[in-house]
Design a protein around this ligand. Structure first.
Ligand SMILES: NC(=O)c1ccc[n+]([C@@H]2O[C@H](COP(=O)([O-])OP(=O)(O)OC[C@H]3O[C@@H](n4cnc5c(N)ncnc54)[C@H](O)[C@@H]3O)[C@@H](O)[C@H]2O)c1
Length: 279
């Protein structure tokens, strides 16, 4: 078994990986700012803030690879996002380099390119979805990809950025028919990112083999990812509940979906968090 450090291991994706990666040969060392209540046999546990460089370096020492999930997983005021998501990614990459870890998998997001229009026909390749963040959260994912690129080029590390769509037990909205990443495919994708021979720096979409996929999986498959699930099995129920997706609705016309709507205006989110009005 090779030791794998998973940051944000107490969260939704972390919990899925802790369930599936051990049978693929990974002994999981969990790091999270909150303690994990239901631990699993063979796991190690570290309770620390991911921005604590000394603690993350200690946790990284002896690991073969790192999967970095920790951070705020939605929009939040800038001080919180920049601290947890940007400083956190900086600390993880620096700790990995210091500890001699050569492979880091970073949880990016479709929201790094959320304002990119979705092509009416065909699927979008990563190269055609440059940084175009829809939120401060998306800005932090752009920074995450940029930091990964720097560490790959500067230090020769393998850094795989996963632009995850919607990682959930099952699709619950029409958009998820195109953006869903199933739990089983989450494990397969991360395992492929960890084991692909010498990927260098690469950014790939993270979705299942959905019939209605907006995003092209060629680059992810080149890592060895073989998705098994398709959100289409949920389509009948979702279309019955909500109707067919309207392609002119921004939720379906842009990569980032509802995060591009006025309700996610970053300054408005900050003003609400502070209890005030949008200036
Ligand atoms: N779930 C999705 O659909 C999705 C989509 C795109 C990207 N992502 C990304 O994947 C990652 C994991 O997502 P998730 O759905 O499991 O999120 P989650 O919110 O369930 O889990 C995030 C975990 O990070 C931990 N955390 C937060 N701040 C921390 C800090 N400063 N130090 C240490 N730990 C900290 C939290 O305690 C939590 O356990 C996130 O980076 C998220 O942005 C998720």
């Amino acid at each position: 078994m090779s030791t794998l450090l998973v940051t944000g291991a107490a969260g939704r994706i972390g919990t899925v990986l802790r369930g599936g990666l051990p049978e693929r040969g990974w002994a999981v060392r969990c790091l999270d700012v909150v303690p994990i209540v239901e631990t699993r046999p063979g796991e190690e546990h570290v309770v620390a803030d991911v921005t604590d460089l000394a603690a993350v370096t200690d946790a990284t020492t002896g690991a073969a690879a790192v999967v970095h999930l920790a951070g705020l997983s939605g929009e939040a005021p800038w001080p919180a996002i920049s601290h947890a998501n940007i400083e956190g990614t900086y600390a993880v990459l620096k700790a990995a380099r210091r500890a001699g870890v050569r492979r880091v998998v970073l949880a990016s997001s479709n929201h790094a390119s959320g304002f990119t229009p979705r092509p009416a026909g065909g699927q979008l390749r990563e190269a055609d979805a440059p940084p175009r963040p829809d939120t401060y959260y998306g800005v932090a994912k752009v920074a995450l990809e940029a930091l990964g690129s720097l560490y790959a080029d500067r230090y020769g590390m393998d850094v795989v950025c996963l632009r995850i769509g919607t990682a959930s037990a099952e699709p619950t909205a029409l958009r998820h028919l195109s953006t869903w990443l199933s739990p089983a495919d989450t494990v397969s994708l991360v395992d492929a990112a960890l084991t692909a021979p010498s990927p260098g720096f690469v950014v790939v979409w993270g979705v299942s083999a959905n019939t209605r996929n907006w995003w092209d999986l060629t680059a992810a498959r080149a890592l060895g990812y073989e998705p098994q699930d398709d959100a289409e099995v949920y389509a009948e129920a979702l279309v019955e509940a909500y109707g067919e997706p309207d392609p002119t609705d921004p939720v379906h016309a842009r990569v980032g979906g509802e995060f591009t709507l006025p309700g996610y205006d970053a300054e408005a989110v900050e003003a609400r968090a502070a209890g005030g009005e949008h200036p």
